[in-house]
Design a protein around this ligand. Sequence first.
Ligand code: AMP
Ligand code: MG
Length: 490
Amino acid sequence: MNTAAWTFDNSFLRELPGLFTPWQAEVPKAPKLVLFNDALAAQLGLPGREAGGAQLAEWYSGAAPVPGSEPAALAYAGHQFGQFNPTMGDGRALLLGEIVTPGGARFDLQFKGSGRTPYSRGGDGMCALGPALREYLVSEAMAALGVPTTRSLAVVATGSGIWREQPHPAAVLTRVAASHLRIGSFEFAATHQGREAVERLCDYALARHHPALLDAPNRPLALLGAVAEAQARLVAKWMALGFVHGVMNTDNVTISGESIDYGPCAFLDTYSAGEVFSSIDRQGRYAYGQQPVVCRWNLYQLASALIEAIAAADGAGVETARALLEDWPLRYRAHWLRELRAKLGLATEHDDDDALAQDLFSLLEGQQADFTMTFRALASALTQGFDVFAAQLLEPDKLQPWFARWQGRLALEPLDPAVRAAAMDAVNPLYIPRNQRLDAALGAAEAGDLAPFSGMLAAVSQPNAAQPGWEDYSAIPADGSPHHVTFCGT
Ligand code: AMP
Ligand code: MG
């Protein structure tokens, strides 16, 4: 057994009193390792499979203490579907502590599904195996797609069952994150603790994520700017991939700019800006096309939590914060356009590019076009002609003029079509977690057959290069229902 590799340094507990409660995981009945991320463990300098499946299962379920960990449930607040909830927190999660890697990077290790905590309210503190596997697969897919994201290290079945409309096996997921600071952490400090605590939290966040900004004249303002930038980049990536988060509550928005909490999330099948998958999002607040709008709304909540500290640092800072959020759509748009240029094979910048990209989305509305395959088809059309693209569309004639316009734009930066197609394929994935196929794989896994899940995990972990035998992962299942619904992964 190699425990020498555990190097915890639990700064959150040292520096942020009042924002956590020390707590222990519930001891599981019969922990059994379901998944372990060897590559991630190696990257973090943590013990690998040589420790043995039984030992890993004990560590990553709360059956045996992880050496050096100091488990605690974190306190936070949050705007849930627009309503402020002043007291939330880790109701079924525990921060184990912060791992410092051999390279000096710092990551949170966190359990999800490890039992009730002081923040559980009416919840049971548990996580079903299906949602734990879902988060594991989608977060690993996002990482492979180049999206800043929390990662998944292990899933352990606890040996107990839980009830979610029907019985499910329970599991503990171990999550790795740059930190678990959220907009809701700042809302909690501002609501319950006051300005000095907000300033302390702000300096802590800067030290962890933007140490260079600790020298800024107005540090809370600098943090707001850095989070606004990180979230603009993140949401632009979601939009470019057709990813719908599903619960963009402020407690699910990180300060680091990583995607977090893969509950009712989904990837677009056929494109529509109004697409909603989550069963709990009845008003479409978090629909695909709403995500940049909601992101900015969330940033306003961060600004509210920081505003006293911003004003105390320098009175003019409030006006700067206002202007920063006013102009945020431009900042977001610049990130979105960079993503879209790459998706469309454009290496240079021209004034009409924004309109070209936006018009494609407008024209795709109602075409029943598979979002993911549309961009692969555009690349194929470079060498095989318009018909490949047309095959994705209900009314190809409506897109023909746009296609010609795109060809004209490409002519401004001549490049061998095969070379350009390869560059496009390198950013436009072929294999994404297809909603219905993922749910089928999770159902099979809960029934004891992990094979469909493992196959899909392999494909989405290498999303861009075509592999023989993986054809099924690159299409909407033919027998699927036209509109898929996802459920909150509790
Ligand atoms: P989420 O939508 O997963 O981000 O969770 C929102 C809030 O509900 C967080 O404070 C969670 O800790 C809490 N929560 C979610 N599921 C459970 C559960 N099964 N037991 C206790 N708390 C939960
Ligand atoms: Mg959450």
